[in-house]
Design a protein around this ligand. Structure first.
Ligand code: GLU
Ligand code: MG
Length: 446
């Protein structure tokens, strides 16, 4: 993230003044998926961008419950600078603005541990090969305390119960330039979902953070709270945080217009092959928290099997083909991602796996056209569909033993991510799931 030239900094300062902004918030998402932030008076926005605000390296090993999983690299000594990306700044209203931040060292070099920086490097690697990616994100969340008499999945009445909240959320999104595409009552009690229009990967991940900020900010005016936990209530529906990826080369789509199944091109098929090949090892990036395995179950539409299929909502990779009903064009939805995942890291690894698949010409596995849990042993072997790790320890072991993971994450993110997730495992792994769901219900909220 280069330092903006002086005239752009002046223009940004003028914009803040004209909009009556008094407070600028800059946020990062840590490896545990928690959004952390620093705030400055608006007149300090320039310094927030140029010099950055200080943060201990241990920010990267803060845990979901505020414990700190110190490692040799991430301790009490040292300083990182959080630099706000003013090109991505959004005015939220009421005198407040928000911008995503990136981590740098004190001399201005990008910090390897920064997940937004990793996503930036990954999109640059795509661009070097003439490839462009677009990402659209879905957010599922549960409003608490429960409102209304009952909740019907996709029910009209369910949405009417929360209509004033939804209307305020739409207004807040419009003001902040967050392109919400649709909203519905999801399957779980008091569960809402909204999806965000596809855009470039960094903006898409920024949008996830902004959307969570707005959802939680508006909730405060409606006397409700919002849970972005993978398992808000034990035994209830989980929250997903699916991402839809589309790829093109010099403007030509890779997931449609080809001669493969459902119009996939060779590169499009190789991208899917790369994602599926890496999923079992990288599952801890997408669904790595102590609560994630309770959501990532067959029958929950959460994508618990590494396989793909056209409009298959039980496959980790669901292909949405280019049809009149899908004006954004074909995409692959990665369904195993939940909201405890850092959205920058999830996007970087999703793209990184697709890119490795393209580079290697990875084979496209046979399509799975039924719920993968129902496949016979022969069909599972033929399609290569495998269950993603079904407990946190197995997911972490797979990650730690994976050369692919080391390549895609880099040493520093690997160290921080495994430290915070191992802390969750040793602290909560043996506890009753009801108690853990309650304890961590708002850990991923703003
Ligand atoms: N709530 C499901 C999940 O945890 C997803 C339901 C759906 O949108 O398909 O991912
Ligand atoms: Mg959904």
């Amino acid at each position: 993230m280069p330092v903006l030239p002086d005239e752009e900094l002046t223009a940004a300062a003028n914009r803040l003044e004209e909009a009556g902004v008094r407070l600028v918030t800059g946020s990062v998402v840590d490896p545990a998926g928690v959004i952390r932030a620093k705030h400055v008076p608006a007149r300090r926005a320039r310094a927030f961008h140029v010099n950055g605000m200080g943060a201990s390296p241990s920010w990267n090993v803060f845990c979901v419950d505020n414990a700190i999983a110190f490692t040799p690299r991430f301790g009490v000594v040292g300083d990182l600078r959080l630099r706000a990306d003013l090109t991505a700044l959004r005015v939220l209203g009421d005198g407040v603005a928000w911008a995503p931040a990136e981590m740098f060292d004190q001399d201005g070099a990008p910090a390897e541990v920064c997940t937004r920086g990793l996503l930036r490097r990954t999109t640059a690697a795509l661009a070097e090969r003439g490839l462009q990616a677009r990402l659209g994100c879905e957010l599922e969340m549960v409003l608490t305390p429960r409102s209304g008499p009952g909740w019907n999945a996709y029910g009209l009445g369910a949405l009417l119960d929360v209509e004033p909240y939804v209307l305020d959320l739409l207004d807040a999104a419009d003001r902040a330039g967050l392109p919400i595409e649709q909203i519905h009552a999801e399957y779980g009690d008091s569960q809402l979902e909204f999806s965000i229009a596809p855009t470039d990967p960094i903006t898409a991940a920024d949008h996830v953070v902004l959307a969570r900020l707005l959802a939680c900010r508006v909730a405060r005016h409606h006397d409700v709270a919002v849970s972005f936990s993978p398992l808000p209530f034990a035994g209830g529906s989980g929250n997903g945080a699916h991402q839809h990826l589309s790829l093109s080369r010099n403007g030509t789509p890779l997931l449609s217009g080809g001669s493969g199944p459902h119009g996939l091109t060779d590169d499009g098929g190789a991208a899917i092959g790369g994602v599926i090949a890496g999923l079992p090892e990288l599952s801890a990036v997408f669904a790595g928290s102590v609560l994630s395995p309770h959501r990532l179950q067959p029958g929950h539409w959460s994508g618990a099997f590494a396989c793909w299929g056209w409009e298959n909502r039980e496959a980790a990779v669901r292909l949405c083909a280019a049809t009149a009903g899908n004006p954004h064009g074909a995409s692959v939805e990665l369904k195993c991602i939940d909201p405890s995942a850092n959205p920058y890291l999830a996007a970087a690894v999703f793209l990184g796996l697709a890119l490795e698949g393209i580079d290697a010409g990875a084979p496209l596995p046979p399509e799975v056209t039924v719920a993968p849990a129902e496949l016979s042993a022969e069909e599972a072997a033929r399609t290569g569909a495998v269950r993603l790790p079904d407990d946190q320890a197995a997911a972490l072991e797979a990650l730690e033993g994976s050369e692919r993971a080391k390549r895609l994450l880099g040493e520093e993110i690997m160290e921080a991510l495994t430290a915070v997730r191992r802390y969750e495992l040793t602290t909560y792994g043996e506890q009753d799931v009801e108690a853990v769901a309650e304890k961590l219900r708002y850990a991923w909220s703003a």
